[in-house]
Write a protein that binds this ligand. Structure first.
Ligand code: NAD
Length: 550
């Protein structure tokens, strides 16, 4: 039987009994919209094998339950499968989700795959299994911010006249070329799967596909010399192309990577064709893993070579350093992860990837919220630049959505404004407000968000669990706790929340609490770790911390 094509309902006619259940229903369906998901037939949304539900029977059952769920009931989802409906109360989340969690000593890929093959679990990535993935735009803004921080740190505030080399044009990695050209730079992106590259071209995230490495180098070198923004993809294996670029002496200014290195079965080893990839990985996972790690070691050795040549090099949160080290690259950790390098100061202010989606399906609703954000934060020029560029250049995938990074004391204001716009009829239907799990106070991930914490607390995983409990206690519409995410088994624990703005006074009270307390967790976590800026933010904005001095 072939898999169904799924698309979220649009407009104001409810399929479920209230917007609080219609919202997760539409967002689950939206995650699997062919415009949104990377491999919808396999229920894979993004990030290697990040799934929306465990199987199609679970998808049907979750859809059915959400359609029938009352306002004092809560659906429990265990790794993509609905396992119970419990009597709760109107302030409680309508859905509680736990994905891919394993007891720490068992938290490795072979054991996870054994359980997955037995039909007992699924990989939820971050927003795949928690139903708030909004397509490549979701990561575009974070990627834009990161490259803007690189530009500020090394190149006087703009990437004009610089060349960035990276790999991976998947769900997340596909944001790289546009984020780089938005910062006025030139990008050369290596991708082994031509279909992925074509998809980015069609959605305007990528400008051109070169015929081979020679052609790609010619195009990007010319653009760099002319200080003309341009993104070029070349089809090939990054573990071969990066060493070749290094050998050729191409002058590269910035190097990173977004292949799915966190999962060795989702990284193509040298000598393996794209068409034989899935079968080979499934039939001989151990042999495939060894070969993938060996290739990652060659790939990362070339990145270290560019570092030695003076380039700005960073791990973009896919665990490639850890995997390359296992593959024999001793210098893999010579370059930093992007969070300690660029993002942590933002986390100290409770800043993170605030996102919302219009359940109406009408792009005019997002345009109206864009205008509202510009009005709410008039002094924030980078935010205004992003909102304007996103409005012009981002093609929506699935339900129209927007993302921007907002901090503690800002997210609640935006959320309340949106709720009022729903109440007044300025928006044609409710919106959902959520975020990535990659946020200031919702993740423990020593290779990424919590790498090199000031007090050495990188692996402390109490914070994301507290975050999920806080959001549950504050009135979020659905809350999730995941393991693995973007960095793989055993390497992270993280939590998500999504809250519906349906224009009611009750929604306003919930939004005010959730969107205050959720980013507050980031400020608390960083103040606790000893970051002075976080302590300052807490003091300035009235966040109570019982033991300020440790
Ligand atoms: P994806 O699986 O959708 O895409 C990965 C891409 O890499 C695919 O197109 C694949 O063909 C390509 N690829 C694999 N091996 C290759 C090789 N050897 N050479 C060239 N191309 C190769 O994954 P995604 O959603 O784009 O995520 C990419 C990585 O980034 C993942 O590890 C993910 O966990 C991580 N991630 C990072 C962040 C962040 O904020 N930095 C956020 C989410 C995810």
């Amino acid at each position: 039987m072939s898999a169904p094509t799924v698309r979220a309902a649009r407009g104001t006619t409810l399929t479920a009994r209230s917007w609080a259940t219609e919202a997760p229903l539409r967002m689950l369906h939206n995650n699997l919209d062919p415009e949104v998901a990377e491999r919808p037939a396999d229920l894979v949304v993004y990030g290697g094998t990040g799934r929306a539900t465990r199987d199609w029977a679970s998808f049907d059952a979750i859809s059915r339950e959400l359609t029938a769920l009352g306002e004092d009931e809560t659906l429990l989802v265990q790794s993509g499968r609905p396992v119970g409906v419990l009597r709760t109360h109107p302030w409680a989340p309508r859905v509680l989700i736990a994905n891919a969690n394993l007891v720490p000593d068992w938290a490795n890929w072979p054991e996870f795959r054994r359980l997955e093959a037995a039909g007992l679990t699924m990989y939820g990535q971050m927003t795949a299994g928690s139903w708030i993935y909004i397509g490549t735009q979701g990561i575009l803004q974070g990627t834009y911010e990161t490259f803007a921080a690189v530009a500020a740190k090394r190149f006087g505030g703009s990437l004009a006249g610089t060349l960035t080399v990276t790999a991976g044009l998947g769900g997340m990695g596909g944001a790289q070329p546009l984020a780089i050209t938005m910062n006025e730079g030139v990008a050369l992106v290596v991708e082994c799967d031509p279909q992925r590259a074509r998809r980015r071209l069609e959605t305007r995230y990528l400008d051109e596909i070169a015929s081979d490495v020679h052609d790609a180098v010619r195009r990007v070198t010319a653009a760099k010399a002319q200080r003309r923004p341009l993104s070029v993809a070349v089809i090939g294996n990054a573990a071969e192309v990066l060493p070749e670029l290094l050998r050729r002496g191409v002058e590269v200014d910035v190097v990173t990577d977004q292949t799915s290195a966190h999962d060795p079965l989702a990284y193509l080893p040298i000598g393996v064709g794209v068409h034989e990839w899935r079968d080979y990985a499934a039939s001989k996972p151990e042999e495939f893993t060894d070969r993938a790690r060996e290739s990652m070691a060659a790939h990362v050795s070339a990145m270290v070579g560019f570092l030695d040549a003076g380039a700005e090099v960073f791990d973009y949160g896919n665990s490639i350093r850890g995997e390359a080290k296992l593959g024999g690259c001793d210098r893999a950790f010579d370059f930093p992860g992007f969070v300690p390098a660029y993002i942590r100061p933002l986390f100290c202010e409770g800043r993170g990837p605030f996102r919302w989606a219009a359940l109406s399906g009408d792009p005019a609703d997002i345009a109206a919220t864009d205008r509202a954000v510009l009005k709410l934060f008039p002094g924030n020029e980078p935010l205004a630049r992003w909102i304007r560029m996103a409005g012009e250049r981002v093609a929506f995938q699935g339900l129209p959505a927007r993302i921007c990074w907002l901090g503690y004391g800002e997210r609640d204001r935006a959320g309340l404004a949106f709720n009022e716009m729903v109440a007044s009829g300025e928006l044609s239907a409710p919106v959902v407000i959520g975020r990535d799990h990659l946020d200031c106070g919702s993740v423990a991930s020593p290779y990424r968000e919590t790498e090199a914490m000031a007090d050495g607390s990188d692996a402390i995983a109490d914070w994301p669990l507290l975050n999920a409990l806080v959001n549950t206690a504050s009135g979020a519409t659905w809350v999730s706790i995941h393991h693995g995410g973007g960095v793989g088994m055993g390497r992270s624990i993280h939590a998500g929340q999504v809250t519906v703005a349906d224009g009611t006074p009750l929604a306003a009270r919930k939004i005010e609490r959730v969107l205050t307390n959720d980013p507050a967790m980031g400020v608390l976590r960083h103040a606790d770790a000893g970051y002075p800026r976080a302590a300052e933010v807490a003091a300035e904005r009235g966040l109570r911390i019982p033991m300020k001095e440790r």
